[in-house]
Design a protein around this ligand. Sequence first.
Ligand SMILES: CC(C)(COP(=O)(O)OP(=O)(O)OC[C@H]1O[C@@H](n2cnc3c(N)ncnc32)[C@H](O)[C@@H]1OP(=O)(O)O)[C@@H](O)C(=O)NCCC(=O)NCCS
Length: 281
Amino acid sequence: MRTTKPPTAGQPSADVKADSVRRTFSRADLAANQAALATGEIHLWLAPAQAGDGTEELVWSFLSGAERARAGKIRAGAGRAEFVQAHALIRAVLSQYRAVEPGAWRFGRGALGKPFITAPNDAPPLQFNLSHTRGLAVCVVTLALAAGVDVEWLEPHADLPAVAREFLAPAAVQELEILSRTEQTIRFYELWTMREARSKAAGTGLTAPVVENESGEDWRCWQQWLASNHILAAAVRGRPETPTVFRMRTVRWCPRTPAGSLEVCAPEQVVCVGPAGCAES
Ligand SMILES: CC(C)(COP(=O)(O)OP(=O)(O)OC[C@H]1O[C@@H](n2cnc3c(N)ncnc32)[C@H](O)[C@@H]1OP(=O)(O)O)[C@@H](O)C(=O)NCCC(=O)NCCS
């Protein structure tokens, strides 16, 4: 299913103060959240990730040694703040579902780099994926369903058609060719994020074509333009008969309460995707 809000001109900003619906997720919410993440539910968590507001320092202690080493190679500023906050976000979000401290999660990586949880061991296991760009971090969490998420910021580039020819399906390239420059840019990001979300769910990244309907499974997707001119897409593979519910929460770090608390800033959006699957292909 695709929900499109036409983008408007403007600088990237994941400012979520406007529709503030304040609620803090503390450890007391653990049981409720855990129960809410039923099989077939896909939870998306969005958080602004900006430099200079103290969040980087607040959540630094969540990161593993390897994550800190990676962060240390990024020049101080927006890029490093985004990396640190994105990786802290996935840890804090996973800790909403299990009584595990954010810093205690351990991750491994698949052959092509997809991260997965190695500890604690769970059945059914939590699955997650992460994307971050231009001041916004997004993570997706499911029970057992392999999930992928991508977020991009709308930015016109002269070489979008060439990128499309390299990475998108021929039908998508044809679709783009007949559009005006503005429509082409918007549609490119819709097709691109969906392609990337699926490839990240499959764990291949963009190195391999996405295999459709493998072993009787079907893609379930959600795509959304945000007021900040970001677009996000999330994808999971499920059994064709299984209804899927996407829930999207916009949060920000809560500086007052114990580190690891997230404050919900906007009404939760819920989209049910039935057996018809995705609108994009
Ligand atoms: C994975 C990939 C799609 C990420 O795209 P991107 O737009 O640059 O970045 P995003 O912000 O959307 O996602 C990055 C996150 O995806 C996750 N990720 C990395 N590899 C992944 C994979 N193969 N599948 C799913 N998720 C992956 C990580 O959490 C990563 O975060 P980090 O880089 O901060 O650790 C892209 O790097 C790619 O296609 N890679 C191909 C696979 C590859 O060549 N791997 C080489 C290492 S073995």
